[in-house]
Design a protein around this ligand. Structure first.
Ligand code: FE2
Length: 292
């Protein structure tokens, strides 16, 4: 059985992912699966750490201004090459999202899947599928309703891109959380916002908002035939900045307790072709204590 690809450069890889792959190729019995078939406990043992400065620079920006933006060229140094090598498979999963039928504005321009995890140190465990809920305090448009979305597919819930980003976020947010949370409740959202000629797609139909958590990471997965979609950050009633996530891996990290965020509507550049914006959103809040 060949060894996992040698790691080069900054970053780290997740041996459990490679161990599972080797077991699969060898025809060995798979790890017991949960309700949705995902491995219930993905222990991540790291062999090579990203540079401490990578975490501290992101955490420093968040501490200084409430958010941190990192372009593709910076983000790609934070993922292990074996994970990035499987990026296309990860991104392609956004082609298989169900329509969000809860849109109070009547729109049918949003597709999504949802998953919840518990992060305890370096361990990530997927929780049983559950609804997404926001109070109307945070989402006056679609909040106050228990919303069930299709679950993130098993292979994406254990994809090395996702696990690497979870690990990165855990380190960054764990660095600046006060007091540091020992366990995180993490929610994962796969979003596709579609636009067509005459019908704009609204990435954040609720306008400027907080997600009602502690920390948020938004990473662009794809942006096809789209204009606008400008991310705006506000704090204390003032604009703190605006930027556009244009390339896959472009990301913003948010202190959700401190700043509000919103994204302007998108429109197609060419009305004769499909237009969409795909993002991955991860939200973090301190989890409830584990049952004894
Ligand atoms: Fe949001």
């Amino acid at each position: 059985m060949p060894a996992p690809p040698a790691f080069r450069g900054s970053g780290f890889f997740i041996p459990s992912v490679w161990a599972k792959r080797r077991a699969g190729k060898a025809g060995l019995a798979s790890t017991p699966k949960s309700e949705y078939g995902c491995v219930p406990d993905l222990l991540q043992a790291r062999t090579v750490m990203p540079a401490l400065s990578d975490f501290t620079s992101i955490a420093g920006d968040i501490a200084a201004q409430g958010y941190a933006v990192r372009p593709r060229r910076a983000m790609q140094t934070l993922f292990p090459p074996p994970a990035l090598a499987e990026w296309e498979r990860f991104a392609a999963s956004w082609n298989d999202l169900g329509t969000d039928t809860y849109m109070a504005d009547g729109g049918r321009y949003r597709r999504r899947r949802f998953a919840a995890f518990r992060m305890s140190g370096l361990a990530v465990a997927r929780k049983p599928h559950q609804p997404h809920y926001q109070s109307r305090d945070y989402n006056p448009l679609n909040g106050g309703v228990v919303r069930w979305f299709d679950p993130v597919r098993d292979e994406i819930a254990v994809h090395p891109v996702l696990l690497s980003l979870l690990d990165l976020c855990g380190h960054v947010f764990g660095t600046i959380a006060k007091p540091p949370a020992h366990d995180w409740h993490v929610e994962m959202h796969q979003f596709r916002i579609e636009a067509s000629s005459g019908v704009a797609g609204q990435p954040t139909p609720e306008g400027l908002h907080r997600d009602g958590v502690e920390w948020v990471c938004v990473m662009l997965v794809n942006r096809i035939n789209v204009s606008s979609g400008v991310t705006r950050i506000f704090g204390h009633g003032q604009s703190l900045g605006s930027f556009t996530l244009t390339d896959p891996l472009d990301a913003v990290f948010l202190d959700d307790m401190r700043v509000m965020h919103g994204v302007t509507p998108i429109a197609p550049l060419d009305g004769a072709r499909s237009a969409f914006r795909d993002v991955l959103v991860l939200t973090f809040r301190e989890d409830d204590p584990a049952p004894q």
